[in-house]
Design a protein around this ligand. Structure first.
Ligand code: C2O
Ligand code: CU
Length: 492
């Protein structure tokens, strides 16, 4: 009896492993479309003494993703899973109040924001359970689609996966109207894409480094969009702007539509492109964003999907396999007209490496950058403020890596010796680095110096970030050297 029970369990496991299409593990299983896309609420703000104040509370909850077996234990900000969309206006003075109501330490990092190091929310800005962290800054950057997520050293993958992330939009009241759809939740849609796996009783499989999985870390078998499985969006306008965010641990998406229709890419990580880039696909690695505008005909149904990305590993299907739907768009029988897109969206100066006097090299390999795994107590280098630099990042592995720098929007000068694709030639804070190749970045820190409190640079595949593919730099006044980081006695 006991033995046959064990066999039944083994067979069930085998069947589960083979149930993905094609039998390949880590492949997304098709889902019935049955839930309207949830739109994260816009975070409420109050005015206090000239500042815009936004309050976030990280706490445990239970979440119905639409999975079999009932709600999952999750963590979220002002809700059970993910957080509200924070909207900040360029020029405004901000204070955030981040309360940790979890029973574990956390931090909250503003990914893509230009902020003082002490307000950046990296691994040194630990918020103990029960505490509130109150960073301040003045918004000084272009309108764009940023995000925020927890960033405790060694724990980022599991905390982000369980729900500590959200979108952060910068609005610029001074920017000209270029015809972009801008009704939040109607024709301006946040699209947070993640892959998950669930246990039979509906709990999240939390396994940042699965045994036998790809070296890049966790890949789920279920797509969750804004926290729901099998989503659709009712479309009521001719054009829809989608703010795509890859908030997954390791999966790279090659977004487009099920009929391969063309769309316009209008923004990269940090803001609008100079011109719309018409394309059928946009590939995003973890942490990257793109804004796209797609047009629909009345009454039609088409899906945002992902096809296999080009990773350059020689075995790409191991790292991000399959074609699958992400969000179905259902157009109403009559659609409200949308304005035409302007041909010029923004003015971005050409990225000119001649202005840079320093070149730094970053060799990403295994669990380290330049042979050194991340250490909380070690500042790797100091960058003088206001001095453009060329950063050359080489992936020395055969596996995927990407590269993210805190506090800055950089420009990609070249990738594998070629100029970047126009969709990636604008403002970026995260860039894919194909195996055995080099990306060259133009990086400049225009303000905020602190010789002790570091910013991070790292691979944004969350497992890699946690296991050491990260380092620390400070931005200093000309002539200053790096000091000592606040947690110089921290173990790792
Ligand atoms: Cu998206 Cu160091 O973070
Ligand atoms: Cu990596």
């Amino acid at each position: 009896m006991q033995r046959s029970g064990r066999w039944a369990a083994a067979i069930a496991l085998l069947l589960a492993a083979c149930s993905s299409p094609g039998g390949a593990p880590n492949t997304i299983a098709p889902q019935e479309v049955r839930s309207q896309l949830p739109i994260p609420p816009v975070a409420e703000t109050i005015r206090d003494d000239g500042r815009t104040v936004v309050a976030l509370r990280a706490a445990p909850g239970r979440t119905d993703f639409g999975q079999e077996g009932g709600p999952a234990d999750t963590i979220g900000l002002n809700g059970s899973y993910l957080g509200p969309t924070i909207r900040l206006r360029n020029g405004d003075d901000i204070r955030a109040e981040v309360t940790n109501a979890l029973d574990e330490m956390t931090t909250l990092h503003w990914h893509g924001l230009h902020v003082p190091a002490k307000s950046d929310g990296g691994p040194h800005s630990m918020i103990e359970p029960g505490d509130t962290w109150r960073p301040t800054w003045t918004v000084n950057q272009a309108a764009g689609t940023l995000w925020y997520h927890s960033h405790p050293h060694g724990q980022t993958a599991q905390q982000v996966y369980r729900g500590l992330a959200g979108m952060l939009l910068i609005d610029d009241p001074e920017a000209p109207d270029v015809g972009l759809p801008d009704q939040y939740g109607v024709d301006d849609i946040p699209v947070i894409v993640q892959d998950k796996s669930f246990t039979p009783d509906g709990q999240l499989v939390v396994d940042p480094e699965p045994a036998g999985g790809p070296s890049t870390g966790f890949l789920g078998d279920t797509i969750v969009t804004n926290g729901k499985i099998g989503t659709y969006l009712p479309v009521t306008t001719e054009a829809v702007r989608m703010r795509l965010l890859n908030a997954s641990n390791a999966r790279v998406y090659n977004f487009g539509f099920s009929d391969d229709r063309a769309f316009d890419i209008v923004a990269s990580d940090g803001g609008l492109l100079p011109q719309p880039v018409t394309s059928q696909r946009v590939q995003l690695s973890p942490g990257e964003r793109a804004e796209i505008v797609v047009r629909l005909d009345p009454g039609e149904t088409v899906s945002l999907n992902s096809t296999p990305p080009t990773l350059g590993t020689g075995d790409d299907a191991r790292y991000s396999p399959g074609t699958f739907d992400v969000l179905q768009l259902r157009a109403a029988d009559t659609l409200a007209g949308s304005p035409p897109l302007a041909r010029t969206l923004s003015t971005l100066p050409a990225a000119d490496p001649a202005s840079a006097t320093t070149t730094r090299t970053f060799r990403v390999q295994g669990r380290a950058i330049n042979g050194r795994p991340m250490q909380m107590a070690r500042i790797d280098f100091a960058v003088p403020v206001g001095t453009p630099e060329v950063w050359e990042v080489t992936n020395q592995d055969r596996q995927p890596h990407n590269f993210h720098v805190h506090n800055v929007q950089f420009r990609v000068l070249s990738r594998g010796g070629q100029p970047p694709d126009p969709a990636f030639a604008g403002l970026k804070d995260t860039v894919y680095v194909p195996p055995l190749s080099t990306v060259r970045l133009l990086v400049e820190f225009t303000q905020y110096t602190d010789r002790n409190w570091p910013y991070m640079f790292h691979c944004h595949l969350l497992l890699h970030e946690d296991i050491g593919v990260m380092g620390q730099f400070v931005v200093v006044k000309p002539g200053e050297t790096a000091g000592r980081p606040p947690h110089s006695d921290h173990p790792a």
